[in-house]
Design a protein around this ligand. Structure first.
Ligand code: NI
Length: 226
């Protein structure tokens, strides 16, 4: 499931992030590429131990965890700390699938990448190209969102970023390990959650809502891993 989460950051927060990011020191993105991606990755990144990156990353995670739509869709167990990239001067990243298990110097243990996220930090009309293209069994999905918006997609997907031929594309990208490993099961829980929410809005007194919420939690109990 691909899900667009709008307004993770306000325009004022985006502006503040941009100012901080543009004043920071960047390195070649190839530094963190696996050997397969080495030749297809042409961008720059903030070093993982960058103070600016850590500060903005923590802020992004705190905003996301207050969003019911995101929490219902992702059911996060642990996050890989947000990283930041910049594409310009025809920078691009060819087709690839992200590594399954990741380790960050910023957190203990490993994170299995179940879900990938890109938070757009430049307005789409400020650069040409720079689309995140995600391949799915349904075909290709081309994603270029307003600054402050996020796309959530399964980490099993083949994806690429097309050349930025004009302007500059700043973004944050990161992963999470979900309580629910399977995309299909997570989708069922998401649909059930959204239905319960809608029914609650119509009439919070409906007795069957109690049983339906119980079904949600009993499925979560069956399927989750912590
Ligand atoms: Ni990737």
């Amino acid at each position: 499931m691909l899900l667009h989460i709008p307004n993770v950051l306000t325009k004022a927060q985006v502006q503040e992030c941009q100012d901080m990011l543009l004043a920071a020191d960047w390195v070649d993105g190839k530094n963190t590429a696996g050997h397969l991606a080495l030749h297809s990755k042409n961008n720059s990144q903030l070093p993982q131990d960058s103070d600016v990156g850590k500060q903005i990353g923590d802020f992004i995670l705190s905003c996301l965890q207050k969003m019911p739509l995101f929490m219902a869709a992702a059911l996060p167990n642990k996050f890989y700390p947000p990283m930041f990239n910049c594409y310009q001067h025809a920078g691009n990243f060819g087709n690839h699938i992200d590594n399954a298990i990741r380790q960050s110097p910023l957190i203990a243990g490993q994170v299995r990448t179940d879900l990938s996220m890109t938070l757009f930090l430049s307005e789409p009309d400020s650069y040409d190209g720079g689309e995140l293209v995600i391949e799915d069994t349904y075909g290709e999905k081309r994603v270029k969102l307003p600054a402050g918006d996020l796309i959530l997609y399964p980490s099993t997907s083949m994806h690429r970023v097309t050349s930025v031929t004009k302007g500059r594309r700043l973004a944050s990208f990161f992963w999470l390990q979900s309580l629910i490993r399977s995309d299909e099961q997570r989708r069922i829980l998401y649909d059930l959650d959204q239905s319960i929410m809608a029914l609650t809005q119509q009439d919070p007194q409906q007795q069957e809502l109690v049983r339906l919420s119980g079904v949600y939690h009993n499925l979560l109990r069956q399927w989750s891993e912590t």
